[in-house]
Design a protein around this ligand. Structure first.
Ligand code: GDP
Length: 527
């Protein structure tokens, strides 16, 4: 195991949350601890404001920010942490899902006032598909939030994960007094602070200590004693293997904007969060500590300058060491490529790197060689698996407005779908091109980019579909008959896989019942 030392000091994770729960704020505090930034306010929100959905400057601004903050690398207590950013806007949820395939664990931020929200639920579903270890940060304790026990119950029930409180909040809102660390058995009193170093905890090993009453008041001290008794009775010590297998999530309470409760979480994170994990491929399991390099592309970003069509492919290194200027095998294209300017992403600047290890994310300049899910190796033929595509939610027919530019349009749409901006389906029989997206915003992005980058004008025509299901069957004839019979609703995806486009849940359920020999899948692997 040549690179064991390097690989074992790496932790690669993402912060996920419903918009506004505090992801950006927490990111910034973590970077402060890691010394990657010196002042608060340095991390810009990558959010697209709601009113700005048609504002292309806003989209461009967002694209600029999200490249710069795509991967934030910092060191804390000898641990090298790669924090992968995920887009906040719901319309870019697919991007987030794919980023989750490149991390080894996540921190989930929940707003203590709003509890579990729509995006929280969906993101957790994706985490569950891969048994990703989760740490929960309950944010905004300085606001009058829900009762803590109710909140835990809600999260457990809605997200179907067992929780294990690591700290416990003493009150909330104006009365928020601080957090008691159930494991370290100390108290941290609430102060709004933006400095990273402060470490003013008060050791309270025995909860009957009158010091507790002096510090938080009789009533809250008594309540804390009662709460802790209840929690201890239920939970005991955290079972780390259960956390690592995604069954139990440690929970921390805090206030990101006040940098409160964040250090407790970070200290636990570097102790228990997984180092880069082994990964399944189409052929065998690849172990992170293999000497040979392997990696896969999970995200592609178009160049900000529309005059240059080159792109940045984000590659997660899965095993061994990646080196600049060395030839690697692009499995899908069966071709060897080398990269003269691979770069690492920092909070603000991009640096060309000489090498990278399993767990790292490298930015590769791409002139159209990559699509999402592509695997690079030192020669072996396999694909990393478990990179899902989900059903889009809005479907529209792509209408060419300028027949002279048909080639450009086709090239553009092919590249944009390789990037994962949208999914392309071709209707059987009719040959209509159907674009599927998660949100309306993406249609605007596509139209704008096709025109700007490829000179192709297009229009979209609404189609009455609500979901795409990928079809498989052991009985090829039955599948072919079904596709022929349901021509209006049948299409193939970009990789030629058959898809059923359902008008409504009722139609879908009817077809599922009527066709027991055909399996309807709500997600597909990218290969
Ligand atoms: P994101 O959409 O999840 O990235 O959320 P942001 O980090 O941008 O936070 C959304 C809003 O919540 C901002 O106005 C923050 O200042 C605010 N916020 C974040 N953390 C806290 C907190 O602990 N308490 C309070 N009261 N507000 C917070």
């Amino acid at each position: 195991m040549k690179y064991e030392k390097e690989i074992n000091r790496r932790k690669t994770f993402a912060i996920i949350s419903h918009p506004d729960a505090g992801k950006t704020t927490l990111t910034e505090k973590l970077l402060l601890f890691g010394g990657a930034i010196q002042t608060a306010g340095a991390v810009k929100s990558n959010k697209i404001k709601k009113h700005a959905t048609s504002d292309f400057m806003e989209i461009e601004r967002q694209r600029g920010i999200s490249v710069a903050t795509s991967v934030m690398t910092f060191e804390y207590e000898n641990t090298l942490i790669n924090l992968l950013d995920t887009p906040g806007h719901k319309d870019f949820a697919e991007d987030t899902y794919r980023t989750l395939t490149a991390v080894d664990s996540v921190i989930l931020v929940v707003d203590s006032v709003n509890g579990v929200e729509e995006q929280t639920r969906r993101l957790m579903e994706v985490c569950r598909m891969r048994d990703t270890p989760v740490i929960v940060f309950i944010n905004k304790m300085d606001r009058d939030g829900k009762n803590r026990f109710d909140l835990l119950e809600e999260i457990e029930k809605e997200l179907r994960i067992s929780l294990h409180p690591m700290t416990w909040a003493i009150n909330s809102g104006k009365e928020f007094k601080g957090v008691y660390n159930l494991h370290e058995k100390n108290l941290r009193l609430f102060t709004a602070s933006t400095k990273a170093e402060e470490d003013d905890t008060i050791a309270i090993s025995d909860l009957s200590d009158p010091l507790l009453d002096t510090k938080v008041g009789d009533r809250d001290a008594e309540q804390l004693r009662e709460d802790v008794e209840l929690i201890d009775g239920v939970h005991g010590e955290l079972n780390v293997p259960d956390y690592l297998s995604g069954k139990v999530a440690p929970v921390f309470f805090g206030s990101a904007v006040n940098n409160f409760g964040v250090k407790e979480m970070l200290d636990t994170f570097i102790q228990i969060a997984p180092t880069p994990r082994d990964r399944e491929t189409s052929v065998r399991k690849v172990s992170v500590d293999e000497d040979k390099f392997s990696g896969f592309v999970f995200k592609i970003h178009a160049n900000l300058d529309p005059k240059h069509r080159d792109r940045i492919a984000f590659m997660r290194v899965c095993s061994g060491r990646f080196e600049r200027n060395k030839y690697y095998h692009h499995v899908r294209l069966d071709k060897d490529i080398r990269f003269s300017n691979p770069y690492s992403f920092m909070a603000r600047s991009k640096d060309v790197i000489e090498d990278a290890y399993a767990g790292d994310v490298v930015g590769l300049f791409d002139t159209g060689n990559f699509k999402i899910g592509d695997t690079l190796t030192e020669g072996e033929d396999f694909f990393f698996t478990g990179i899902p595509t989900f059903s889009p939610e809005i479907f529209k027919e792509l209408v060419n407005k300028d027949p002279m530019k048909t080639k450009q349009l086709e090239k553009g749409i092919s590249q944009l779908t390789d990037e994962g901006v949208a999914q392309l389906f071709t209707q059987f029989g009719g040959n209509k091109k159907i674009i599927g997206c998660v949100g309306e915003l993406q249609f605007e992005v596509i139209q704008y980019r096709l025109l700007q980058e490829y000179g192709a004008a297009c229009e979209f025509r609404a189609m009455p579909f609500y979901k795409a299901c990928w079809l498989t069957s052991n009985d090829q004839k039955k599948l072919d008959d079904f596709l022929r019979f349901k021509q209006q609703n049948s299409a193939e995806d970009k990789d030629g896989h058959p898809v059923y486009l359902a008008q409504s849940e009722w139609f879908l359920n009817t077809e599922i019942t009527n066709n027991p020999d055909i399996q309807f899948h709500f997600s597909s692997e990218v290969h």
